[in-house]
Design a protein around this ligand. Structure first.
Ligand SMILES: NC(=O)c1ccc[n+]([C@@H]2O[C@H](COP(=O)([O-])OP(=O)(O)OC[C@H]3O[C@@H](n4cnc5c(N)ncnc54)[C@H](O)[C@@H]3O)[C@@H](O)[C@H]2O)c1
Length: 280
C-alpha cells in the first residue's frame, strides 16, 4: 500500500494509452493512471496493446488501487463509445478523462507524406476528439467532469515535426473550445504540454549507444533545471488538473518542461555546447 492524499477519492477515470512502450522508465499515460489510482480513483486503462495496460493494472493493484483494462483502438468511434460504456458498467460513470495518446514524427511540410500527416492527426487529435465525444454526455448528465489533454511543447515551439506540432496545436485549440462549450455543464477541460521528458517510447527510438546518450543529455540539459523529466512529472500535473483542487481552472495548457519555454535559444546555446565564456 502507498500513502494517499485522496485528491480524486471515489472518482472514476478513463486514461487512454494507459500502457507504456516496453523499456526502462514509465510513459505519461501509465504514470497518470497510477497517480490517479493512488489518489483514490478507479481507473479504466485503455490501450491498443492490452498487455501493456495489464502491466499498469498490476502496478496499481499491487499498491492497493482499483483498475480495469479495456482494449481499444481510440482512433475508432465504435471503440470509444464502447470504452465509455465499459467505464460506466465497471465503475458507474466517468468523472475524469485523460486523452494521453500521441506519437511524434519528424518531418517538414516538404517531406511529410499525406499519409503521415493524416496518421499524425488520427493519433494525436482524433483520439482525443472521439474519446471526448462519448465521455462528455456522460459527464454532462452528472453536471461534473474533468478532461485533461496531453499536448506537447512541440505545439508551441518549432522542432521539425510539422504534422505532430500541428496536431498537438489543434489539441490545445480543442481544449479551449471544449472548455468554452462545456463549462456550464460543469466540465473543466485543460491540457498539459510536456517538454523533453524521458519515456520508454523516447528511449526506444534510438539504439543504446553514444548517440542516444548524447541526445538524452541534450534533452535533460535543455531545461532550466538541467535534470531529466519523466512520465511521473506529467502524471502529477495531469492528476492535479483532473482533481477538485483545480476546480476553478479550465481552458489552460500547463507546460511541464523544466522551463524550456522561458529561455531564448541564444542564452541556452553556449551552455549546451559547453563553450567557455571569454574573459573580460
Ligand atoms: N515523451 C516525450 O518526450 C513527450 C513529449 C511531449 C508530449 N508527449 C506526449 O505524451 C504522450 C505519451 O507519450 P509516451 O512517451 O508515454 O508514449 P507511449 O507510446 O509509451 O504510450 C502511449 C500508449 O498509447 C498506446 N496507443 C497508441 N496508439 C493507440 C491507439 N490508437 N489506441 C489505444 N492506445 C494507443 C500505446 O500502445 C502505448 O502503450 C503522447 O501524447 C505524447 O505525444 C511525450
Amino acid at each position: 500500500m502507498v500513502e494517499r492524499a485522496g485528491r480524486v477519492e471515489g472518482k472514476t477515470a478513463i486514461v487512454t494509452g494507459a500502457g507504456s512502450t516496453p523499456g526502462p522508465g514509465i510513459g505519461t499515460g501509465k504514470a497518470t493512471a497510477v497517480v490517479l489510482a493512488r489518489e483514490g480513483a478507479s481507473v479504466l486503462l485503455v490501450d491498443l496493446h492490452p498487455e501493456r495496460a495489464e502491466e499498469t493494472r498490476k502496478m496499481i493493484e499491487e499498491e492497493g488501487g482499483k483498475a480495469e483494462v479495456f482494449a481499444a483502438d481510440v482512433t475508432k468511434a465504435a471503440d470509444c463509445e464502447a470504452m465509455v460504456g465499459a467505464a460506466v458498467d465497471a465503475f458507474g460513470g466517468v468523472d475524469i478523462l485523460v486523452n494521453n495518446i500521441g506519437l511524434a514524427a519528424l518531418g517538414t511540410v516538404v517531406d511529410t507524406s499525406e499519409q503521415d500527416w493524416d496518421r499524425s492527426f488520427d493519433i494525436n487529435l482524433r483520439t482525443a476528439f472521439l474519446a471526448s465525444k462519448y465521455a462528455v454526455p456522460v459527464m454532462a448528465a452528472k453536471g461534473a467532469g474533468s478532461i485533461v489533454n496531453v499536448s506537447s511543447i512541440s505545439a508551441l515551439r518549432g522542432d521539425g515535426t510539422v504534422a505532430y506540432s500541428a496536431a498537438k496545436g489543434g489539441l490545445i485549440a480543442m481544449t479551449v473550445d471544449m472548455a468554452y462549450s462545456h463549462g456550464r455543464q460543469g466540465i473543466r477541460v485543460n491540457a498539459v504540454a510536456p517538454g523533453h521528458i524521458t519515456t520508454p517510447m523516447v528511449l526506444s527510438v534510438s539504439a543504446p549507444g553514444p548517440r542516444a546518450e548524447f541526445m538524452n543529455t541534450l534533452r535533460s540539459e535543455a531545461g532550466l533545471l538541467g535534470t531529466p523529466g519523466t512520465g511521473w512529472d506529467v502524471g502529477w500535473a495531469a492528476a492535479f488538473l483532473a482533481g477538485d483542487e483545480a476546480r476553478w481552472i479550465t481552458g489552460v495548457t500547463l507546460p511541464v518542461e523544466s522551463g524550456v519555454l522561458s529561455v531564448t535559444p541564444l542564452m541556452m546555446a553556449p551552455h549546451l555546447r559547453g563553450v567557455p565564456e571569454p574573459a573580460e
